[in-house]
Design a binder for this molecule. Structure first.
Ligand code: MEV
Length: 322
């Protein structure tokens, strides 16, 4: 039976996290930590999953049962993606999905969105559907919401569109910003964060202080708009300043942590043009904008502050059949 390989990039938030959950725009970039899977058609109408890296040796479920009986956490995105595809376009074959080896994405680089997109892209290929990017986005975003309940969809868009994009909540706007590599250093804090928990924490803040939090979101929106222009001109100085301001606003929202702050301040002291957390906060990654001469100093400063530098090309190609 026919077998294909698909890979989807991870993501890093440049500017605008959290505010983008609440109707504002953000700038997100695709990173070259690609999630790789293979998909093979089966005669019997079953979904089989093999993901040894997360301890799943052989998961098997009848297609008619997908989404039922509380699927295990580790198979949920894949299972819901297959279910949503089958519900919308129908599947007249079974499917075996296997994760392939590659550099890990589990640093908060968007592995859930990447696997969702990779599965849906693979299914469109195997069933000879030619889905427009926005249609693929809508199905992938629905899947993410079905599984985790909250989210703007920015990570899904990064995997589907690639490069660096300007994105508004739920895909109301998805526009190419730029298509070149960005001079970023990525540092992992060593702490795994749970995005839905942090999104709900900000939601509670917003409920308690609607005016203040609304103003913070407005300011973030303003700096995303300025950041987009700076990015186009490769005005790294301005972009760095905007990242620093964004970090302050995220601290005001209560999502930064002492460990993230330590890595951020260490990289600024070592000469970064700007630095901020990237993503939901609470742990995961920070990013620092550097000029290439200063890259090594910033990387060393992050390692000395007990962060882990994650090497990855930034602003890369979208999901693809390999
Ligand atoms: C998480 O990486 C970024 C958030 O804005 C959530 C989202 O946009 O889905 C906090």
């Amino acid at each position: 039976m026919r077998k294909i390989k698909v890979s989807a990039p991870g993501k890093l938030m440049l500017l605008g996290e959290h505010a983008v959950v609440w109707g504002r725009p953000c700038l997100v970039t695709a990173v070259d930590r690609r999630l790789k899977i293979s998909l093979e058609k089966l005669k019997e109408k079953f979904l089989e999953i093999e993901a040894p890296s997360v301890g799943i040796k052989s998961y098997r479920k009848n297609l008619s049962q997908l989404g039922k009986n509380n699927p295990p956490k580790k198979t949920r995105f894949v299972e819901m993606a297959v279910k949503n595809f089958a519900d919308k376009y129908s599947l007249n074959f079974g499917i075996k999905i296997k994760t392939e080896d590659g550099p890990p994405l589990n640093y908060g680089l968007g592995s859930s969105a990447a696997i969702t997109v990779a599965v849906l892209k693979g299914l469109t290929e195997l069933s000879n559907q030619n889905l427009a990017k926005k249609k693929l986005f809508d199905l992938a975003y629905k899947t993410v919401l079905d599984v985790q309940g909250v989210g703007s969809g920015f990570d899904v868009a990064a995997a589907i569109y690639g490069g660096t994009i300007y994105f508004k909540t739920g895909g109301r706007k998805i526009e190419k910003a730029v298509n070149f590599d960005l001079p970023l250093v990525v540092g992992w804090s060593g702490i795994k964060a749970d995005t839905p928990t942090l999104v709900r924490k900000v939601a509670r803040e917003r409920e308690k202080h609607p005016q203040i939090v609304g103003k913070i979101f407005d300011e973030i929106e303003g700096l995303v708009e300025e950041g987009r222009k700076a990015l186009l001109k490769k005005d790294w100085q301005t972009l760095g300043e905007l990242m620093n301001i964004n970090q302050k606003l995220l601290e005001n929202l209560g999502v930064s942590t002492p460990k993230l702050a330590k890595l951020i301040y260490a990289s600024r002291q070592a000469g970064a043009l700007g630095a901020k957390l990237s993503g939901a906060g609470g742990g995961d990654c920070m990013i620092a904008l550097v000029d290439e001469k200063g890259r090594k100093d910033v990387e060393e400063a992050i390692e000395n502050a007990r962060g882990k530098v994650i090497k990855a090309k930034i602003g890369v190609e979208r999901v693809r059949i390999d």
